[in-house]
Design a binder for this molecule. Structure first.
Ligand SMILES: NC(=O)c1ccc[n+]([C@@H]2O[C@H](COP(=O)([O-])OP(=O)(O)OC[C@H]3O[C@@H](n4cnc5c(N)ncnc54)[C@H](OP(=O)(O)O)[C@@H]3O)[C@@H](O)[C@H]2O)c1
Length: 313
């Protein structure tokens, strides 16, 4: 990755230009840069999929936002930059109570976590919820939201330090899956098994977690940070009556637009009550490659944000 000066973007019909102030790193950014994502992007391209900033130019046929509005947004690429041109429908107002750094780290992870838990996972207060990769971006958001919605949360992670992060977010129990059996410990803690599993990790942990669900429990497949896509024996599904579902934030609005609106309202209420993403580190734009490397190497917790201000190129 290199930093280069390119032409300023312009606002086409239905689009606006945003002066980006902060952009957060999501695991798919790493996959896209390494050309390991489901969709290949022709090079050269500007990476980065989530940002917060101020609107500087509005194209034709845009009813909202206006120049000067503070917005957050997502795009497939283009957010690790000082400016982006993006369709207005991909933007939301910065939630009240969030600064630009936290606003940039909020939309993709909290929406993904919320809908995985509630819309797809059917979370109810009092449920035993297991979150895998619980100190990561999606994981930490899932722990935070599940605790706030009254679940009993078991955070599963790879080290004691990462477990501590989850306890600070309100998890009641932790499991260090690199040192102890995920399946045995979930059963030990819950008695009859987990009601709901949120899995952004995959690999061998997926089957272990499914084996530790209660009869009729739900498992939501969110991602494969492990790199290995698990294959689950169907006899397990028959015997346990477990419900397996997948979730992808990118296409949710196409299938369940009412759920998106309801989720945004509920997430907004939680932010007003003090919820905000756990940002563990902020890198300047010139160190974007280091930020992506840290996420790829599993050495980060919560969200990593790129501050795109205060540098001259
Ligand atoms: N479905 C959707 O709509 C959606 C939306 C956004 C992201 N995702 C996916 O969700 C997954 C997690 O994204 P994220 O942004 O939360 O990533 P992240 O912040 O890097 O967290 C991923 C977590 O996975 C665990 N992990 C296990 N094996 C790993 C490995 N080999 N390399 C890296 N991490 C590993 C790590 O926790 P431990 O070290 O504690 O195990 C890490 O904290 C990714 O696969 C991403 O593509 C899906």
């Amino acid at each position: 990755m290199t930093i280069e000066n390119i032409e300023n973007p312009t606002a086409e019909t239905g689009s606006v230009v945003v002066a980006i102030e902060a952009a957060s790193v999501n695991f798919p950014d790493v996959l896209i840069v390494e050309n390991k994502y489901q969709i290949s992007v022709p090079t050269p391209f500007t990476a980065g999929s989530e940002f917060a900033g101020t609107v500087t130019e509005v194209g034709p046929d845009v009813s909202w936002p206006a120049v000067g509005d503070r917005v957050t947004g997502s795009a497939f690429c283009g957010a690790f930059a000082e400016q982006i041109s993006v369709p207005a429908r991909q933007l939301s107002p910065v939630p009240k109570g969030l600064d630009m750094i936290h606003a940039a780290a909020f939309g993709v992870t909290y929406r993904t976590a919320y809908h995985s838990l509630v819309t797809i996972g059917g979370l109810e207060a009092g449920d035993w919820v297991v979150v895998l990769g619980a100190a990561g971006g999606i994981g930490s958001a899932a722990v935070d939201i599940a605790v706030r919605l009254g679940a009993k949360v078991i955070a599963a992670v790879s080290s004691a330090e990462r477990a501590k992060v989850c306890l600070d977010l309100g998890a009641g129990e932790t499991i260090v899956y690199t040192a102890e059996s995920l399946k045995d410990r979930i059963k030990e803690i819950t008695g009859s098994g987990a009601d709901l599993v949120i899995d952004p990790v995959g690999g061998t942990y997926a089957e272990q977690a499914i084996r530790a669900t209660t009869w009729g429990g739900r498992y939501v497949c969110v991602g494969f940070a492990d790199g290995e896509i698990p294959r689950i024996p169907l006899n397990l599904i028959l015997l346990k009556g477990v419900i397996l579902r997948g979730f992808e934030i990118r296409t949710l609005a196409d299938h369940l637009p009412e759920a998106v609106a309801l989720g945004d309202k509920r997430i907004g209420e939680l932010v007003a009550e003090g919820m905000k993403p756990y940002v563990s580190d902020v890198f300047p734009l010139s160190r974007t490659a280091d930020a992506l490397t840290a996420v790829r190497d599993r050495s980060t917790t919560g969200k990593i944000v790129i501050d795109t201000r205060n540098e001259q190129f």
